[in-house]
Each structure stands twice: as C-alpha cells, then as structure tokens.
Design a protein around this ligand. Structure first.
Ligand SMILES: *Cc1c(COP(=O)(O)O)cnc(C)c1O
Length: 400
C-alpha cells in the first residue's frame, strides 16, 4: 500500500483578503478593541455583529478562547465553588478544565456509541447531583437529540450551556447548535472551524446574562462599543456588581476572522464532502461501527470517528501503528495516558474519579482522525483505503 504523505495538522493558509485586513490593523496601531476613532465600530465589534447574525443570536461576545467563553458562561450563571456541573465523560480537557476553573465539580455523564450524551444517565445524574448547570460538549461534532435534551432540562429547570467548539455551523432541525440553551460557546483556535490562532465567542439571547459576561470580559464602562450587546440600561447595576476578568479579543484576530466567516458555509460543504467520502468507505467494513447521524442533524465533518467495538487493546494499538506507518494519524481514546490533544476522564486527576463503564467500553474501541481542508478528495480516498487496509489486517491478525 502506497503511504500517504499529507499533514493532518496543516490547515489552509490565511487568505489574502484576511492578510490585507490584518496588515491594515497593524499599520493603524489600534489593536485593542476599544481603541476606535469617533463612532466607528472596530473589527471586534464588527465581528460580534456578524457572528450574532450568522448564529441567529441576539448577543455575541468575542473573547480570548473557547475555554474562556465556557468559564465566563458558568460565572455569568452564578456557578461557583461547591456547585456540580454535568458534562460529557467524553470530551477534551478544556471542558472539565473550565468547570474546575470556576471552582465547581464536574459530574461526568456517560455517552452512547454514537458519541453523544446518554440522556438516561443524564437524568439519573440530575437526580443524584442536583447540578447548577449542564455544560453539553458536542464532542467531535456529534449532536444528541436536542429536542429531548431541552425538554428534559426544562422539566428540571436546569440551565444549558453548549460547548460548540466542534459544532460551529452545525444545526439540529434547522436550528443552529449553540442556540438551544442560555449560552453557546465557540472556539476560533487553529484546529476549529475558523482560525485566529486563539479566540472564542459566547452567544446568548439573555440580556442580563450577556451584560454580566461582557463586564467580566473586561469591558470597563465601554460596553456601548460592542457590536451585539444588550442596551446600556441593562448594565445599570450589573456594571458595578460584576468583576472584570480580562479576556477580550483584539482587533488583529477579529480582522482575520471576519473574511473567514464569509467562507464558513462553503468550507462546511468542503469538510462534509471529505468526511462523507471516508465515512461511506468505512461504513461497509465488517466489525467497524461508524456513528449514526440522525436526519435532524446537519453536521460539520472536520473530523471523523469510527469504532471497533469488539477489538482488544492490542488490536487497537496495531491499527494505530499500522496507519501511522502508512502516514495516517489516528488518535485512540482508549489509551492509558493521553497523547497530544487526546484526553480521557481517567487522566483528569483534578476531577473526582468516577465510574463510567459505558463510556470506557466505547473509548476502548474509538478511533479519531482530523480532516484538514488541505486534503483533496483524492487524498481522502487514499486515506480511506489505508484505513480499510489496516483495520482488515489487524482484525485478521486478532482472529488468527
Ligand atoms: C478546543 C476545544 C474547546 C476550547 O477551545 P479553546 O479555544 O482551545 O479554549 C472546548 N471544547 C472542545 C471539545 C474543544 O475541542
């Protein structure tokens, strides 16, 4: 089998219009978001306006990272020390990290083989943990039944925060991911759907929640220079009652995100062509399970996951090693120790250890792969061939 030579971590370069916009900001010297002239909005405020419109949200705050957006959302809801927050047992470290960062306890909820929150376990843990909020992580772009989830949380009167780091641009029944709870949290870190190196958005339709979040982000008394903020009256007391925990986005990042946002829908199509090509190939392979995509879900295929539910750890290691030899980078979430960006609840030692047999069984057979847009469709077909080859080989060896 011919090895693949593409890079799984090489994103597309920043387009010329974004580079021009960045150079313009640099030449102006006005990189701080509130360093505006007259009543111009400035790039960060323009970006907030544009993202709120894209998302269909009343309000949007641009900030330093997705992790900052999640922590700010919890703080703006009054989550603090001693509170329990429910979240997915399968997610990446910034999620339990954000919960720990506000002094709260992460209570981990099992996932299903489709890599989404197990709603039955959620209900059990709502009863046992009396959570202050649910921080739903739409991990690797898989959406749970959002109608069932919101009905359940409404019944128990628990606020929902959505971690949409992997679902920017995705939707459920035509409604954008991030618009189902009080807050949507997004990341513009290089490996997500928009690339400013680091960065994030917090969206909401709740004016007081957003006023608190804006004050926390370090707006001083300049909240009227935002692009998608509640009206100044909402800030009357909030501006004096809310601590400043600096996490503003700067004009340089905003300037390169604005033109990228215009390309997002096109890029989603490009991701999905690539993702579906690989997924369709793997779906036909014996002993492989490709997570089901419900008809209500419009996803963004910026990564691909598949499971080998009956394979043992040695077989999983063999698949990863054989793929690597042929140039394909797979992440196995069942390894004892996290590697690179992978993460497993057992390695979050700052979180109270929890018994999650269903999730552990799923992670033991779960493989994950990035799909950068620098890959052509031919590249993706080549990668799919390699996957089919190495999986078949490892399973035959295991059976022998
Ligand atoms: C990347 C990521 C985040 C947070 O993003 P940062 O901008 O890096 O803080 C949150 N959740 C998940 C699942 C992520 O992958």
């Amino acid at each position: 089998m011919r090895p693949f030579t593409g890079s799984f971590t090489q994103q597309e370069t920043i387009a010329e219009d974004a580079i021009d916009a960045a150079v313009e900001v640099l030449r102006s010297g006005r990189l701080h978001r509130y360093n505006t002239v007259g009543d111009e909005l400035g790039p960060v405020a323009e970006l907030e306006k544009a993202y709120a419109a894209y998302q269909g949200a009343e309000y949007c705050l641009a900030c330093t990272s997705g992790g900052y957006a999640m922590a700010t959302a919890m703080r703006a809801l009054g989550v603090g020390p001693g509170d329990n927050v429910l979240t997915n047992a399968f997610t990446l470290a910034p999620v339990p990290g954000a919960i720990a960062g506000v002094g709260a306890e992460a209570v981990l909820v099992e996932i299903t083989p489709d890599l989404v929150l197990d709603l039955a376990d959620l209900e059990t843990k709502i009863a046992s943990a009396n959570p202050k909020a649910v921080l739903l992580s739409n991990m690797r772009g898989h959406l749970c039944d959002m109608d069932a989830l919101t009905a359940l949380l409404d019944r128990h009167d628990i606020p929902l925060i959505e971690d949409c780091a992997h679902t920017m641009g995705a939707s459920w029944n035509g409604r954008k991911s991030g618009s189902f709870g009080v807050a949507g949290c997004f990341s513009t870190q290089t490996y997500k759907h928009l690339n400013s190196g680091e960065g994030g958005f917090l969206t909401s339709n709740d004016p007081e929640f957003m006023a608190r979040a804006i004050m926390m982000s370090g707006s001083y008394m300049l909240y009227d220079r935002h692009g998608a903020a509640p009206s100044p009256e909402v800030f009357k007391d909030i501006r004096l009652d809310t601590p400043n925990m600096s996490g503003r986005m700067d004009n340089l990042r905003a300037s390169i995100l604005l033109p990228q946002l215009e390309q997002l829908e096109t890029n989603i199509e490009r991701w999905n062509e690539r993702h579906d090509l690989v997924a369709d190939r793997l779906r036909g392979v014996a002993d492989v399970y490709v997570p089901h995509r419900p008809a209500e879900e419009s996803y963004v295929g910026s990564s691909f996951q598949f499971l080998m539910p009956d394979a043992d750890a040695d077989t999983m290691r063999q698949v990863v090693a054989a793929a690597k030899k042929l140039g394909v980078e797979l992440k196995w979430f069942g390894a004892d120790m996290p590697v690179g960006f992978t993460s497993n609840h057992q390695s979050w030692r700052y979180v109270t250890a929890q018994h999650l047999p269903k999730t552990d069984a799923i992670l033991a057979g779960l493989l994950d792969m990035r799909i950068p847009l620098t890959f052509s469709l031919e590249d993706c077909a080549h990668v799919a061939d390699i996957l089919v080859h190495v999986v078949g080989q490892a399973l035959r060896k295991g059976a022998a």
